[in-house]
Design a binder for this molecule. Structure first.
Ligand SMILES: Cc1ncc(COP(=O)(O)O)c(C=O)c1O
Length: 361
């Protein structure tokens, strides 16, 4: 807890990212019930986001193709725009202006629903699976925090993929100067091997339950699983002992530089983005118009095959633009990578991208 974002002083250990998000949504609602604010029932999240596969997590997630068939089962969630600077910042806007426009969109949505009816705003600090390592623009989360505070709405950050050191600080939101009320973490907590996730809880949320009904109405048999917690603790100890966050920052900068060199002028790569050892490239059929490749070509799947054939495991995905069109490749190498490994990753990725594009002519 000593290293948690400001105000966070309790933790609930679960078995993965989706469970952490489910717990966050339930606790957020219960927080308001404890306070007698029964009318708070809406969740606001963002398009093109992924928060997990269980029904609550799927409801807040903004991946249309994944939600569509389960739509009748999903709790009501309202989606606003993600921060997606490459495609959605206008040429006449500074990054700050763009962040301000997105903040106004959130304010408008809150006004439409009624501020006193909203439970929480849910967002990935740096977007992972759906967009491919897209960080927020400067100032965006500070404005979001202010807006949430003004309406008494909880801010839930999802750092399941981008947290626990991946971006070079223990929590990605440290670099945005904000602290959430609830935060989901998982994946890197167990070095990617142990089935563990956690919900970090701000003191004010904990106190409302502790001083009210006394118990969170949510549990799983394997909450606080000793084996998973021990594995996670060992991972954290090694990260500290070997100063791996310094390595994430150093190799992250090297990775960004090498990706820029290899793909910065590539005719079919429109954008290279990311933070720390969490980087992505976005493929385009035309750099000028940013037109994506025809989704029927499944370029991302071809890149995955070509990369695997070269002994490289990366995370290519489609639907980058709108859930249907677009392709990106997400890179999240281990915290122990060195310069040589980073160079090999970029070299093989370059070959895989070129081979996949050659395949489709
Ligand atoms: C941002 C984010 N949230 C939640 C999840 C769900 O985590 P899990 O697959 O452990 O349930 C993921 C998984 O990829 C994720 O990337």
């Amino acid at each position: 807890m000593a290293h948690a974002p400001r105000g966070i002083d309790h933790v609930l250990f679960v078995s993965g990212g989706s469970e952490a998000i489910e717990a966050a949504l339930k606790l957020a609602r219960q927080y308001f019930v404890e306070r007698g604010e029964w009318e708070r029932k809406y969740l606001i999240a963002r398009r093109q986001s992924y928060h997990g596969i269980t029904l609550g997590a799927l409801a807040v997630g903004g991946r249309e193709w994944q939600r569509k068939q389960f739509a009748p089962l999903l709790i009501e969630t309202h989606h606003v725009s993600p921060v997606y600077e490459y495609r959605e910042r206008r040429a006449d806007e500074s990054p700050q202006d763009y962040g301000e426009r997105l903040a106004r969109e959130l304010e408008d949505k809150i006004a439409e629903l009624g501020g006193a009816n909203v439970i929480a705003f849910v967002a990935e600090t740096v977007v992972g699976a759906t967009l491919g390592a897209v960080p927020p623009v400067p100032g965006y989360f500070k404005r979001v925090r202010e807006i949430c505070d003004r309406h008494g709405i909880l801010l839930i950050l999802d750092e399941v993929m981008c947290g626990m050191g991946r971006t070079g600080t223990l929590h990605a939101c440290e670099q945005d100067g904000v602290a959430p009320d609830l935060m989901a973490i998982a994946k890197g907590m167990g070095g990617g091997f142990a089935p563990i996730g956690a919900l970090l809880i701000a003191g004010k949320v904990f106190a409302a339950v502790a001083d009210g009904s006394g118990a969170l109405q949510h549990s799983h048999t394997y909450m606080g699983h000793p084996l998973a917690c021990a594995a996670s603790l060992a991972v954290q100890q090694v990260i500290r002992r070997d100063d791996l966050l310094a390595n994430v920052r150093k190799q992250g900068a090297h990775l960004a530089r090498r990706l820029g060199e290899r793909f910065g002028n590539h005719p079919f790569v429109g954008d290279v983005r990311g933070r720390g050892l969490f980087q992505g490239i976005e493929l385009v059929a035309d750099r000028g118009s940013k037109a994506p490749f025809d989704p029927k070509l499944k370029l991302h799947a071809r890149i995955k095959r070509a990369a695997m054939a070269r002994g490289l495991m990366v995370y290519p995905m489609g639907g980058t633009v709108d859930g249907a069109r677009g392709d990106h490749v997400l890179l999240a190498p281990p915290f122990i990578v060195d310069v040589a490994a980073v160079d090999t990753i970029v070299e093989r990725l370059g070959e895989a991208v070129d081979a996949a594009i050659a395949e489709i002519g």
